[in-house]
Write a protein that binds this ligand. Sequence first.
Ligand SMILES: Nc1ncnc2c1ncn2[C@@H]1O[C@H](COP(=O)(O)OP(=O)(O)OP(=O)(O)O)[C@@H](O)[C@H]1O
Ligand SMILES: Cc1ncc(COP(=O)(O)O)c(N)n1
Length: 290
Amino acid sequence: MPSTLPAAARPPWRPRPVPRVLSVAGSDPSGGAGVQADLKAVAAAGGYGMAAVTALTAQSTRGVSAVHVPPPSFLAQQLDTLRADVAMDGVKIGMLASAEVAEVVARWLDGSGPAGRPPVVVDPVMVATSGDRLLEPAAEDAVRGLLDRADVVTPNVPELAVLLGDADAPSWDGVLDQALRLADRHDVLVVAKGGHLAGDEVPDALVGPRGVVAELPGQRVRVSSTHGTGCSLSSGLVTRYARHGSWERALRETKSWLAGAITAGPALEVGGGRGPVDHFWALREALVEG
Ligand SMILES: Nc1ncnc2c1ncn2[C@@H]1O[C@H](COP(=O)(O)OP(=O)(O)OP(=O)(O)O)[C@@H](O)[C@H]1O
Ligand SMILES: Cc1ncc(COP(=O)(O)O)c(N)n1
């Protein structure tokens, strides 16, 4: 099984036709990002989605007007209560808001118990597309600490730079170079994403400590419905991995599905700002035909 964690921390991997996937992330009431997007992306990838909410945002397609972080001890209680009952085939970690919340998640991952730790994908959410902060700057170190416990991390261009303490990479080659350094520093697989680069190309890549594992070309879809693409990519990725055990194949399938979801997003007509993607575009096509 391709994994960056020591074998002792892992249960024996088995394909799971309907993986049980937990999202540990913030709430976006507009349904485009956060746990709401994760649950849809997990379902669209054939999984059973669960969610432990780290923070509540007051948010629409136009931006975030407020963030409320419940006591971190309550997040710990959500996570422990769930783990005492439900076996998990994958965990996606998104918005963490504060260092205290990130530390609760780290302690929870460390206490996986005899059942072992499921595959973990960390989307190091820092700033919303709208420009609003979703992570206190003081929490950046705690997020770096989570990378040591993850199988895969999926930073966008600015997040990759912050995690390394560098300036934003100006080109795709620069992004790949930074991804390689982050993978090496934390012994983790990095999904480098080209969404924030200028131009018609939106490449992604899977990068490990020893080099680029796979580069995936992509064409930019010229629509404004890109709210929550990072959330949807990371939760779709861990779900597909749990089904067949290959990160490279899971990334290819998720990127291809996401391009369809971005293309179909405007037809949903949700909000006047940066709208959501349509996670169930393929299902809708089948419904129309059937
Ligand atoms: N306009 C687009 N057309 C096609 N694919 C895109 C587009 N924008 C982003 N993507 C894809 O969506 C995924 C997320 O990319 P991006 O770099 O935007 O991450 P992000 O900033 O974390 O996302 P978010 O906007 O949710 O914060 C990647 O697979 C990227 O290739
Ligand atoms: C609760 C929550 N989590 C994550 C994002 C990032 O998504 P985006 O960058 O598309 O705004 C968000 N806006 N809200």
